[in-house]
Design a protein around this ligand. Sequence first.
Ligand code: URA
Ligand code: URA
Length: 237
Amino acid sequence: MPDQLANEIRATLAAARSQFEYLTDLGFAEQKAAAPAGPAVQNADAAIPGSETLDAIFNELGDCQRCALGASRTKLVYGVGNPNARLVFVGEAPGREEDLQGEPFVGEAGQLLDRILQAMGLHRDDVYLCNLLKCRPPNNRDPQPDEVATCEAFLLRQIAAIRPQVIVGLGRFAVHSLLKTNAPISKLRGEWQSYQGIPLMPTYHPAYLLRNPEGKRDVWDDMKQVLRRLQTDGEGL
Ligand code: URA
Ligand code: URA
């Protein structure tokens, strides 16, 4: 039907325009928008049974008091998004907004992460967002080694349940903890690493980008590598 076709063209143009606006906003105006990765981000092995579910792990965490942060947090921040995501983002720990709402990346840094996702042709429902730590450290102090060790065990189980194809490690603290390295994040970013046998791309944290917008170009380069990997590894799915 001609009307339907016209509507589809209008919708496609509107989507392209909005993606361009996001890229401009990010400071990537001269870059082409990435091809939408939407349908390719579903994990093809999703139906394979065997591992525990995200809900089961969440239930086991319960009113977690396994480390001292349990006493000071408002809400435990587990993770959100697609339980079958092929792409998982791991941040550091909940901040103030996340602690209040119980959802990761809902503050200012999270809004920038949403725009990065949009520029990738993705939405937060397509991917899975979580943190190394599930509870906010008081005044956003660095997590302590015992807090990391206790909480990472649950992150590992979440990742085993999702079985993503690619992980993005956001920021120095998460990347150092996951990869057990102290190399500068400026050296680590942009180079594929491995976490639990899954390719991991370290990149700058969106909170860092808020203070250092010149880092956005590097993050966009890293996200393009991520999209290429998802597209290559997703061929034939
Ligand atoms: N910073 C993080 O590392 N994680 C969040 O969820 C929010 C801010
Ligand atoms: N320093 C950080 O803590 N995180 C980054 O992402 C970059 C620099």
